[in-house]
Design a protein around this ligand. Structure first.
Ligand code: PDD
Length: 290
């Protein structure tokens, strides 16, 4: 695998970062996960916009700029051909003697690698997945896509140990999001997801799904969701760049609705795949692949 590190494309084994990197020492950095299908980065503009916002919120000057990011990401995909893949991109505040306050003049560390996106197994899509509810013990700025993910790691691990694939988090009795996904709930034909604030990540897939639902004239609301709403939901969905839209059919071991992926999920996922293929189709022909 060829990765990108600080301006160079090199084999993963040769990519080395100092132990004094502030990402290693403090978790002082941000990241993105950008999916690509048939060699085309999907919703790249939205990912780059969120990347710039994360950088600006942690007061780290953008080290590459718009065309720098695009060129690097596309070149990295060319160097790692084959299949549907995601790019993991991480930027830290660089290498400096350990001191919490920002170093005076240090270059950011920029790392990117290509990771395979495993298509959901047909059984997973057909049966849905299990999730558990846990208290949201993360910091107060989950709108920043920070690499500092210890609370998310612990929550996901608890979920896995209980045979579930995701932890759905509650703060003060209200749904925030999953440990690595946004969450939607369906009652009847009404779809709801929590509004954006500092407590959740503004998911790119979340936005894409909201636009899709609005385009289908489906009743959809961004509003507070209580634990009781989750427990009585007909459907619960997880969304992320790697999961797309995944139906949760067991919550804390109990069936969600009838315990199978529901009709609103099916319709939305079909619409998502069509919209995705349209968006990619346009780009694939522009690139001369089509
Ligand atoms: N995670 N919320 C959290 C806490 C996340 O970590 C993610 C994605 C999302 C969904 O965002 P998006 O639709 O932009 O992927 C929501 C990525 C995939 C990860 O950490 O691997």
């Amino acid at each position: 695998m060829t990765v990108f590190l600080n301006g160079r494309y090199l084999p993963l084994e040769q990519a080395k970062v100092s132990p004094l990197d502030r990402g290693f020492v403090f978790g002082d950095g941000i990241y993105e996960v950008i999916p690509s299908y048939q060699g085309v980065l999907f919703l790249l503009d939205a990912h780059l916009e969120r990347l710039r916002r994360s950088l600006s919120e942690i007061r780290l000057p953008d080290p590459m700029g718009e065309s720098g990011w695009r060129g690097m990401l596309e070149h990295l995909l060319e160097l790692n051909p084959g299949g549907d893949r995601g790019i993991y991109l991480q930027i830290t505040r660089g290498v400096a003697p350990r001191d919490h306050a920002f170093p005076a003049a240090t270059e950011a560390t920029v790392f990117a690698m290509v990771t395979p996106i495993k298509p959901q197994r047909p059984e997973t899509t057909a049966q849905g997945v299990g999730a558990i509810l846990l208290p949201d013990e993360r910091w107060g700025r989950c709108d920043i896509k920070a690499i500092t993910l210890l609370a998310n790691v612990l929550a996901r691990q608890t979920a896995v140990e209980q045979g579930a694939i995701e932890a759905i988090l509650l703060r003060d009795g209200r749904l925030t999001e999953g440990a690595a996904s946004n969450v939607f709930v369906v009652h009847g034909d009404v779809v709801r997801t929590p509004p954006l604030d500092r407590g959740i990540l503004p998911g790119i897939t979340r936005r894409f799904v909201l636009d899709l639902l609005e385009g289908h004239s489906r009743p959809v609301f961004e509003e507070a969701i209580l634990e009781s709403d989750l427990r009585t939901a007909d459907e619960i969905w997880l969304t992320s760049s790697t999961k797309e839209i995944l139906a949760v059919t067991r919550l804390d071991g109990q069936p969600v609705g009838v315990g199978r992926p529901g009709p609103v999920w099916r319709e939305t996922l079909d619409g998502y795949q069509r919209a995705k293929n349209d968006a990619l189709g346009a780009r694939v022909s522009e690139n001369g692949y089509g």
